[in-house]
Design a protein around this ligand. Structure first.
Ligand code: ADP
Length: 709
């Protein structure tokens, strides 16, 4: 300011001197001179100002000064010239200084503006980066709970790509040998597929790091069809395994910034981690489901097998299997069997309700399909092939109904998904088992079909076993009643033969000549033997057909033993065997005397038959409430492997036709049957070539329960 005033003071002083010197002062030249000098200095700088002032002095000399300086250099003229020069110099210097100051100020302002705009730009960049990082954070937070690949794909290609500021995105995931390609943003799917097949991608999917490339590097089509001019190719790796690649397309002519690169890398990293987590989760879930299913499946099969094995009564076991199948396989199960006459009958049916399993086995109408239906058990029975209907079409079900009246009932079952498997026995379809899901949205699949096929195999075997058993029981009953009738019919003529033989031996009506007595004796003993056989067969047949009756009476055991021994005595004597008995005389029991006698008779007859030398003994004792009778011999003995089988009817140790000992193989079977009928049992102990002991145990008082009606 101080320096700024100096030129003004100088100009003012010089002008005052000038005015003072000239009495008739003309202001015009003064003003023109100063104005010209000022204008030149301001416009073009100090040199131009100085030149203008000098030229003004030289040109305007006559006009400015009363006495021109160079013509008559008077003192006044010199003073005038000096004052003009000083004033001009002051103007030049002053204006030059002022101009310089103004220029510097302008430059400063411009620099400040530049700085301010740079700060603004930086601020905007920081705000944008913050926004993008925040968006990326949100994507990361969303990816954390994502468990399916679709969730991850939607997040990465949607908000993820937006956070990265890219306009197109492609996600390539390798799943074993398969490659799954998804496109996002402006990228059409066909273009994404083409990119995924490019050589660059094939390389990146194997190894290598991130690359920022132009569109041509990926596909020629890409450059034409998308406005992106820069692509980030980012490999996706998890635990040292390459699992795919993420491609982000940018419209960035300027190239990618540090933030672009960082965000793209972070997004790829998060995407890879999420994919890995999802793979692990799915794998773990698959294993868990498999384990659960396997466990449930084993439990279900075990229960079904147990139910089928528990009884030969199929109406009970099939109802239980239907309950189990309904509970495990969707809520509905029906088992149909083909009867001998070809009729199809509902054997069991269960529908799970909120209150538990509800059986409708007796209500065949509930699930009645037309014989020629193309769906369900009629079709499966006809073709012998399983049928899996993932989604039951109500119209198709209605078409399969037995009659229009059945349609509402069928629809009422609410069958959503259905599997029907044939029950096959020795290449014959004997029935079908149907399960269906009645929960909306639950579909049955091949896993359930396999499980049902296992159940069907077991059910078919059980049905077959029950049918075979039924047939066998019927055949056995028929045989027993035939034997009972035949034996009964044989007994009458045999008794007649015995009676007449006795009469002849007694000499009625006349004495038999001595020479013929022997033959009559033989007739009698053969008839007795035959009668015993017939008695055995009759007892066996009666017991087997459940027609035997027990008549209780008080019996002295010794009496019965003596009578039995008496029967085998002649034979034993012939073989020179010792017959011994050790039975307490007071040993009494309440039992069926005839049956007890038959048991002892059979045991003694065997003992004498299979003993070549030595003795046969009967020993009895009281053992609490039981009476034990042992029939011992010193005979050939019974091999260990035959000891149980000898009680089977018609079974003998010697199976060859050239047997040393006669017999029918029925005696022991009858003896054991009778022993059990009397409430006791018959067992054997034996040693080969040493002898056998048959132990009969009977209750001292046969219980009411042992008495057959
Ligand atoms: P059977 O005597 O008419 O052949 P059983 O049912 O009485 O029929 O006997 C079955 C088989 O048991 C006999 O064939 C014989 O092989 C064997 N057995 C029975 N009792 C004896 C015994 N005391 N000693 C040796 N073997 C015996």
């Amino acid at each position: 300011m101080r320096f700024g005033l100096l030129p003004a003071v100088l100009v003012a002083t010089a002008s005052a001197i000038e005015i003072g010197l000239d009495t008739a002062f003309d202001f015009t030249p003064l003003i023109i001179f100063h104005a010209a000098t000022s204008a030149a200095t301001w416009a073009a700088g100090p040199i131009a100002g100085s030149v203008t002032a000098l030229l003004g002095l030289l040109i305007g000399e006559r006009w400015f000064f009363a006495n021109p300086l160079f013509v008559e250099p008077t003192g006044r003229a010199v003073v005038q010239a000096v004052t003009y020069t000083v004033a001009a110099s002051a103007i030049v210097i002053g204006l030059t200084v002022l101009r310089g100051a103004l220029q510097r100020a302008a430059r400063g302002t411009r620099r400040a503006e530049r700085l301010a705009s740079r700060v603004r730009r930086r601020n905007a960049e920081v705000r944008r980066a913050t926004r993008r990082y925040r968006a990326l954070n949100e994507v990361a937070a969303g990816l954390l709970p994502a468990v399916t690949r679709a969730q991850i794909r939607d997040l990465v290609l949607g908000p993820g790509a937006t956070a990265a500021d890219s306009t197109a995105a492609i996600l390539i995931v390798r799943d074993g040998d398969r490659i799954e390609v998804s496109a996002g943003g402006e990228c059409p799917p066909d273009l994404a597929d083409e990119v995924a097949r490019s050589d660059l991608l094939a390389g990146v999917l194997l190894e290598g790091g991130s690359q920022w490339v132009g569109p041509e590097a990926l596909s020629t089509n890409l450059a034409e069809r998308l406005p992106c001019d820069l692509w980030a190719v980012l490999p996706l790796s998890a635990r040292d395994r390459r699992i795919g690649a993420l491609l982000l397309g940018y419209e960035l002519e300027r190239g990618a910034t540090e933030a672009d690169r960082t965000i793209a890398e972070l997004l790829a990293q998060q995407c890879a981690q999420a994919l890995d987590r999802s793979r692990l989760y799915q794998e773990e879930r698959r294993l868990r489901i498999e384990a659960q299913f396997g466990e449930r499946r084993l439990g279900f099969l075990a229960l079904a097998s147990a139910a089928l094995a528990a009884t030969l009564d199929t109406s009970r076991s099939l109802a239980e299997v239907a309950d189990l199948s309904a509970a495990n396989l969707g809520g509905f199960c029906a088992i149909h069997l083909v009867e001998d006459d070809g009729e199809i009958r509902l054997a069991a049916g269960t529908q799970t309700t909120e209150a538990g399993p509800a059986r409708f086995g007796g209500e065949a109408d509930r699930f009645a399909l037309a014989v020629d239906a193309t769906l369900g058990y009629p079709a499966v029975l006809a073709r012998g092939q399983p049928q899996l209907i993932a989604e039951v079409d109500p119209d198709r079900l209605a078409a399969a109904a037995r009659s229009p009246e059945h349609v509402p009932r069928l629809h009422g079952l609410g069958l959503q998904s259905m599997i029907c498997v044939p029950l096959i026995v020795r290449d014959t379809v004997v029935g079908a088992i149907t399960v269906a899901s009645i929960e909306a949205g639950r579909r049955l699949g091949t896993a359930e079909q396999t499980l049902l096929e296992h159940v069907a195999r077991r059910v078919a075997q059980a049905v077959d076993a029950a049918r075979l058993y039924h047939t066998a029981v019927q055949a056995s009953r028929a045989k027993s009643s035939f034997l009972a009738v035949m034996s009964h019919e044989l007994r009458t003529p045999l008794n007649a033969i015995l009676g007449y033989a006795d009469l002849m031996l007694l000499g009625v009506p006349a004495q038999v000549p001595e020479e013929a007595r022997h033959q009559v004796d033989r007739i009698r003993s053969s008839a007795t033997h035959l009668l015993e056989l017939v008695e055995d067969i009759l007892s066996f047949a009666r017991a087997d057909s459940g027609q035997d009756t027990v008549r209780l009476e008080n019996v002295y055991l010794e009496d019965v033993v003596i009578e039995a021994i008496g029967m085998v005595e002649p034979f034993a004597r012939r073989k020179k065997l010792v017959l011994r008995r050790d039975v307490p005389a007071d040993l009494q029991l309440s039992s069926d005397r005839a049956k007890l006698l038959r048991i002892l008779q059979n045991l003694l007859s065997n003992a004498t038959k299979f003993t070549l030398a030595g003795e046969v003994a009967v020993e009895a004792r009281l053992d609490g409430e039981w009476i034990a009778v042992d029939v011992k011999d010193t005979g050939i003995g019974i091999p260990a492997e035959h000891r149980e089988r000898i009680f089977d009817p018609f079974w003998q140790v010697e199976q060859t036709p050239a047997r040393r000992f006669g017999g029918t193989g029925i005696g022991l079977g009858v003896a054991r049957q009778l022993a059990r009928l009397l409430g006791g049992d018959l067992t054997v102990e034996s040693e080969l070539e040493v002898g056998s002991t048959f132990s009969l145990v009977l209750p001292r008082v046969a219980g009411e329960s042992t008495v057959a009606e």
